[in-house]
Design a protein around this ligand. Sequence first.
Ligand code: FE2
Length: 283
Amino acid sequence: MMALVQRVVFTASNQVLRDCVKSVRQLERVSSRSLHHTATQHSNKTDRHIFRQLFDSRSSTYTYLLADSSTKEAIIIDPVLEQVDRDVSLIKDLQLNLIFAVNTHLHADHITGTGQIKKRLSGCKSVIAEATKAEADRHIVEGERIKFGGTHVQVVSTPGHTDGCMTYVWHDKSMAFTGDALLIRGCGRTDFQQGSPARLYESVHKKIFTLPDHYLLYPAHDYNGRTVTSVREEKRLNPRLTKTIEEFTKIMNELNLPPPKYINESVPANMVCGMYEVKDVTA
Ligand SMILES: [Fe+2]
């Protein structure tokens, strides 16, 4: 009897053990599948695009490098002449093929690096708004797309700081590059280069503040060490653009700012964007 009981217990224990091993193996298979799935999803999400924010301390200008990591096609937004060595090195380090050097507008505070970049990276074309009347390989208007690899930025016209100000919206990354139309807790001045407070107010409210609240906004400049904001943040906190259009116009008309330091050399140079024979400061 005792032997029978022992055999029953032994058989039952073996069965329990076999069931346990089976369950553990099933769990391992499921969790390995799900880990692999999660890792693949994660890697697809994080590796599809390349984004770099770069800074020029003399003019407090941000330059942005955007790329499709699978095709390696890239664009650069608002390159600065004095930083061309840095930008070209980074593009080469990342093995990117720069197809467009794009400006958000005709800058008055620095000379664009576009011309030098075009000399150094063959195949790169310059891009600027048609309204600037500046020279470039490609002139753009509202609604166009600047494609690179399997992605693109959408061209949104946001005049007011200048006539030819464009915001570039990268929907795949929920980001927008606002140039001087909208700065972090501020905006570009409106007292030269066809500036108009009313047009700027309308551009920001109708074109930028109508983007989804979570979209990140990357400006052309920041003078206080900040790097990024969002539509939600600026709609709530921008000290100028949360005001009425009348109040905003009054604020902008009473700024009494001195002219930008490098306006006399920057504007003529940037008018021939991409073709200007500037002194080779990067040599
Ligand atoms: Fe500007």
